[in-house]
Design a protein. Structure first.
Lengths: 73, 462
């Protein structure tokens, strides 16, 4: 039972790392860093700013999720 | 303004020294002085980490950086900081595990132990010294320039620099790391409050949020996307900056120490989340201040812009709080860096953790004097100089991570590779080596090369 739980925790931790890496890679592609792209706007903010804020927020949420996974380390 | 400054300044310095005295009374041994008893809880831990991380360049540098290069400044710093706190969850655990086996007398001593080579610690200390002393210096210089510009008094530039260094040395020598941590708590809070008050006042002056972005789109559209009007914030620059900032808690002793002294791993994890949140909350208003400056003062010099936006566009009490906030930001980072360098020096010289503190205290004073002298002559470009400091120390990241991760000594290969990497980076900064290797920036090329070397060394030895 404990071994199964540990395997699941390990898998979730690796999944969190995977999502974080994907987010980081996406950020440095033209998907986010698109020269001259201002639209679509959100709350009047230009595209790069609001998407940057959302991705940053997601990384912090992933940090929290990852820290919860590793609480018993 | 001067009256308000005298009132808030007196309150600030009094609290600082009361905290230092309180810490002094709690010191019973070297561990208390150097490592704050290694029992720091979540709230103090997060505030000391955040205050140490966010220096003068946050309050002085980032608004000007955003004014010049636009909204990409968010990706440059806030996003990179979020990556950094994620890394803490993995690296912090590994570091603490290693420390529980070998003890902690500074990162230099730990690396000496991991590599079983004195050179590992020497290379680490040399890199930290070369890139942290100028970083401390530019913070002292940044605040001093601002004060001279703001007051135009008879107090000369060097006297402001000296005042900052003396106050900083006095309370850190008096109360040790605990005093610095208490001061960080106050300084972090002050930084957050001041930066938001200024940003909200700026928004109000422009007629609100929508008005500001509307005017920017009409007058300075290049600021609203990357790479910004000057083309600096391209993917390569941002990737290299991301990697450099990612490595800060790995390679900068003042932050590695803060991971070690947390009372348990769980508190360290939560601290990482809190620092990520704090980073977003502190950086966002600095970008708003910068965008306000782009509309109001597009052609002003850096000091003119900062003088207006931080002092003259607000009520006297806000301006005086901004000055104290700047003092606080400069000191909270500088004292931690100097203290950590002193501790590293001690660890490098002696393996006996119970040895005398005299060498540490003298080293801190000598490093502070070095930073003071450097501050009188360094350049004024805070953010770019800070970035060079981050990139320089990041060269040691693979060396540190390899040492922490591997169970057996890794030999001399990685130590030599890091020495070459550091030398190549310094030579590229002085113009002797080129800025690029093929299509890659030199810093990015070196970071990738050293990472490959570390992975190769790890696989081969395993």
């Amino acid at each position: 039972m404990k071994a199964k739980k540990d395997r699941r925790r390990k898998f979730t931790w690796h999944l969190i790392i995977g999502i974080a890496v994907v987010l980081v890679v996406i950020t440095f592609t033209p998907l986010i860093l698109s020269p001259g792209r201002i639209h679509p706007k959100f709350l009047s903010m230009p595209f790069t700013l609001w998407t940057g804020i959302i991705i940053t927020l997601l990384l912090v949420v992933l940090t929290y999720a990852g820290s919860r996974m590793r609480d018993n380390d | 303004m001067l009256t308000w400054l005298l009132i808030t300044g007196s309150i600030y310095v009094t609290i600082l020294f009361l905290l230092a005295l309180r810490s002094r009374r709690m010191i019973r041994n070297q561990g208390d002085f150097l490592m704050a008893g290694s029992n720091i809880g979540l709230v103090l831990g997060f505030m000391t980490f955040a205050a140490t991380l966010f220096s003068t360049f946050t309050l002085l540098g980032m608004p000007d950086f955003a004014r010049t290069h636009g909204v990409g400044a968010w990706i440059f710093l806030a996003f990179s900081d979020a990556g950094m706190v994620f890394l803490i969850v993995w690296f912090g655990y590994r570091l603490r595990k290693r420390v529980s086996e070998k003890g902690f007398n500074g990162m230099s001593a730990l690396l000496q132990d991991c590599y079983r080579s004195r050179w590992a610690g020497t290379i680490y200390f040399t890199g930290a010294f070369i890139f942290l002393i100028p970083y401390v210096a530019i913070q002292i210089r940044g605040v001093a320039i601002f004060l001279v510009e703001a007051f135009s008094t008879t107090i000369p530039f060097w006297a402001w620099c000296l005042l900052i260094v003396v106050v900083m040395l006095a309370y850190s020598e008096m109360g040790g790391l605990k005093a610095i941590i208490y001061a960080d708590f106050m300084q972090g809070t002050l930084l957050m409050v001041v930066v938001w008050i200024i940003a909200l006042t700026c928004l109000k002056n422009l007629g609100g949020w929508n008005e500001m972005f509307g005017r920017l789109e009409a007058e300075h559209p290049a600021l609203l996307s990357t790479p910004g009007p000057k083309g600096l914030l391209n993917s390569q620059f941002l990737i290299a900056s991301f990697l450099a900032i990612l490595m800060i808690p790995v390679t900068q002793p003042q932050l590695s120490t803060r991971l070690v002294i947390m009372k348990n791993t769980r508190a360290m994890y939560r601290m990482a989340v809190a620092v990520g949140t704090f980073a977003m909350l502190v950086i966002f208003p600095t970008i708003l201040i910068g965008l306000y400056g782009a509309i109001r003062y597009p052609d002003a010099s850096v000091s003119e812009f900062l003088g207006r936006v931080l002092l003259h566009d607000h009520a006297g009490v806000v301006g005086s709080a901004a000055i104290i906030g700047l003092f606080a930001a400069a000191m909270s980072t500088s004292d931690s860096q100097l203290f950590a360098l002193g501790n590293e020096f001690r660890g490098l010289l002696s393996r006996d953790p119970s040895g005398s503190l005299v060498s540490t205290r003298i080293a801190i004073v000598v490093f502070a004097l070095g930073a003071l002298i450097f501050s009188l002559f360094s350049s004024d470009e805070l953010v770019l100089l800070a970035r060079i400091s981050f990139a320089g120390t990041a060269m040691m990241g693979p060396l540190v991570i390899l040492g922490i991760l591997s169970r057996s000594p890794q030999g001399a290969f990685m130590i030599i590779a890091t020495g070459i990497g550091l030398s190549a980076f310094i030579l590229s900064q002085t113009g002797i080596f080129p800025d690029n290797v093929g299509p890659l920036r030199m810093d990015l090329f070196l970071m990738i090369s050293l990472t490959i070397c570390a992975i190769g060394s790890y696989i081969r030895r395993r």
